[in-house]
Design a protein around this ligand. Sequence first.
Ligand code: AP5
Length: 219
Amino acid sequence: MRLVFILIGPPGSGKGTQADMLCEKFGFVSYSTGAIFRNEMARGTAIGQRITPLMDKGLFVPDDIVMEAVIGRIQKTRRNVILDGFPRTLVQAKLLERFFQLAPGRFLPVAIEIGLPMREVYRRVSGRMSCDKCGKVYHVKFRPPRLTQRCDKCRRPLKFRSDATRAVVKTRIKVYQKETWPIVKFFRQRPIFKFFSVKGAQSIAAVSASIIKIVKKIT
Ligand code: AP5
């Protein structure tokens, strides 16, 4: 049975950071819907052009585009999977549940909520930089690269994200509270999902330790 870890939490809670750690430590494969869509935008594909005005404002990508991007990837791989940033609406969560119900005995879905007080979100998101080659994520204060604004691995210049302005982050928080909060309750209640919650307002290493404990308990 394949494990599907679902990381859920507000912007900046550390979903991407912890997904990278899990991939390195356990050899899982991670699908970040945000990264998938930023890549579509950078390549200027038809999907990229459709979603750019939404992403730039901090609004969600339509559910049909998201479902197609994620389900195909889960089906194609044979490895244990991490979903970083999906599902994010109740519609997506219910469609994902349906997908698991139609494949009994094939997947064990494990939802992990990374909680973070909203006042911390801007500090995290505004200092975030990443490498556009390998995707590694840094923070000016909490996880600085060894060389100023250069990736430790690729040595390429690091970039800030276009959706990290104060106004856009405000929208992302509002959309999270309205659309994504209800999913936490949904995961808690639906028997098909195992549900865990960890505190995101700790050091990166402490959050990792809490998540590793959960993974070891499950595997
Ligand atoms: P996405 O890219 O998923 O953005 P997000 O959820 O807003 O989350 P972030 O990537 O900003 O944060 P994170 O939780 O991954 O934290 P990170 O590890 O980077 O989505 C972007 C957009 O895509 C959405 O707004 C939407 O438009 C669209 N989209 C994506 N999925 C969608 C879906 N399913 N449906 C519809 N639309 C969708 O950490 C943040 C920073 O903090 C880093 O600099 C890191 O180094 C630092 N940090 C991490 N952990 C700690 C810690 N414990 N202590 C101190 N610093 C830390």
